[in-house]
Design a binder for this molecule. Structure first.
Ligand SMILES: *Cc1c(COP(=O)(O)O)cnc(C)c1O
Length: 388
């Protein structure tokens, strides 16, 4: 065994002992709701495909047509020859829908955050981030080499204290938060954070991966917080409610022009495949035309929370915190026995001691599915919480 293999094997053993080793399971998604694993069919409550658009006939056809017309891949970075015309159409549509001047599309949401943040702040600057911000906001913050301070989850007071202490010693200041928190499902106080940012000459960036297509008539969490809440930088993903793949930033024209010139994950990475851009445009059409579809994931989460006796849902994501990793894995198995798929989420995705089931609702879940899940959660999973 080489020293490299020895290192990997030891590390895996250590992770296994802590019950945080991960494995990939082949999963065949037949539609937006049902999946097959190891020959067994499950109703999935773990997909971020909130509107089931990954399998919508019009979205799939748009992707197929784009492949026929533009090819399977972009062929180069967008700044070289990879900028096929579907990009500008998608960017204009995103900017209009989010109420921004301009937009820039990236290969993924993760790449967007890793690229955008270092363009805007550097070693002399300050970043304040909500402690539960998504991993790729931290990645962007680290790459920027700015001073990073963490504020307590959704605490505008704590963020204000930190700004009062540290703002003066730094050039620019950037506040980072999820719009809807990916593992907790709650919403950020965007109106208050926006006011805080303007009081301290800071810029506000929200990650709306779980808001677009789902809250604020589909326009996202900034829209849900009030139409006139100014947010300098609204990023998000095309890979969740839009059912496609890719990331985006909506901002003013000068900011977008700078990001297009300097974001390394855009400049040095091949453009998004044409099929992904076309699918996202088609999904935006559906979201604009079908308000009843858009309202359903949140309504389903609220129906579930009420049936299971949990606090009211603020988004399609409902967490059931078990604490211990082993307990969370056991809860997943209890649900699997009932043909319900809810993947256990463990550290470091969530803070130590908060391993959980993260239940995600989509438009296509039937009332019967929701009742069945609520019954198992109430009778078998919540009692596990108490015994912990
Ligand atoms: C999923 C997610 C991302 C990453 O988006 P991808 O397009 O899947 O790379 C970014 N931020 C948050 C909050 C997410 O949940």
């Amino acid at each position: 065994m080489t020293s490299l293999d020895g290192f990997a094997a030891n590390k895996l053993r250590e992770l296994e002992q802590k019950h945080i080793r991960r494995i990939l399971v082949d999963t065949f998604r037949e539609d937006g709701v049902h999946v097959t694993r190891g020959g067994r069919q499950f109703t999935s409550f773990s997909c971020n495909d909130y509107l089931n658009l990954t399998h919508h006939p019009a979205v799939k056809q748009a992707a197929i047509d784009a492949i026929v017309r533009h090819g399977a891949g972009a062929g180069a970075s967008r700044l070289v020859t990879g900028n096929h015309p579907l990009y500008s159409e998608l960017e204009a549509r995103l900017a209009a829908f989010k109420g921004a001047e301009a937009a820039c599309v990236f290969g993924s949401g993760y790449l967007a955050n890793a690229g955008i943040i270092p363009v805007l702040v550097g070693p002399d600057d300050l970043i304040l981030a909500d402690e539960l911000s998504h991993s790729c906001l931290w990645a962007g913050a680290q790459l920027s080499r700015a001073k990073v301070l963490m504020f307590r989850h959704n605490s505008v007071e704590h963020a204000e204290q930190l700004l009062a202490q540290a703002r003066a010693g730094h050039g620019h200041a950037l506040i980072l938060t999820d719009g809807i928190f990916s593992m907790d499902g709650d919403r950020a106080p965007l109106a208050e954070l926006s006011a805080l940012a303007s009081r301290h000459d800071a810029w506000l960036m929200s990650d709306d991966a779980h808001g677009l297509g789902v809250v604020g008539s589909g326009q996202g969490s900034a829209h849900a917080a009030g139409t006139r809440v100014p947010i300098d930088l609204q990023m998000g993903t095309l890979s969740k409610a839009l059912g496609s793949c890719g990331g985006y930033l909506c901002a003013s024209q000068p900011v977008i022009d700078l990001v297009r010139t300097r974001a390394r994950t855009l400049v040095y990475s091949t453009g998004l495949p044409p099929a992904s851009a076309a699918a996202a445009i088609s999904a935006l059409d559906i979201i604009a035309q079908e308000p009843e579809l858009v309202a359903r994931p949140l309504a389903n989460a609220q129906a579930f929370a009420s049936l299971a006796g949990l606090p009211a849902a603020e988004s399609p994501i409902v967490p059931v915190v078990l604490g211990d990793e082993v307990l969370a894995l056991r809860a997943q198995q209890v649900l699997e026995a009932e043909a319900l798929l809810v993947t256990a989420i463990r550290p470091p995705t969530v803070p130590p001691g908060t391993a959980r089931l993260r239940i995600a609702f989509t438009a296509g879940h039937s009332h019967h599915d929701i009742e069945r899940l609520a019954r198992v959660v109430r009778r078998q999973i919540l009692p596990m919480q108490v015994s912990a």
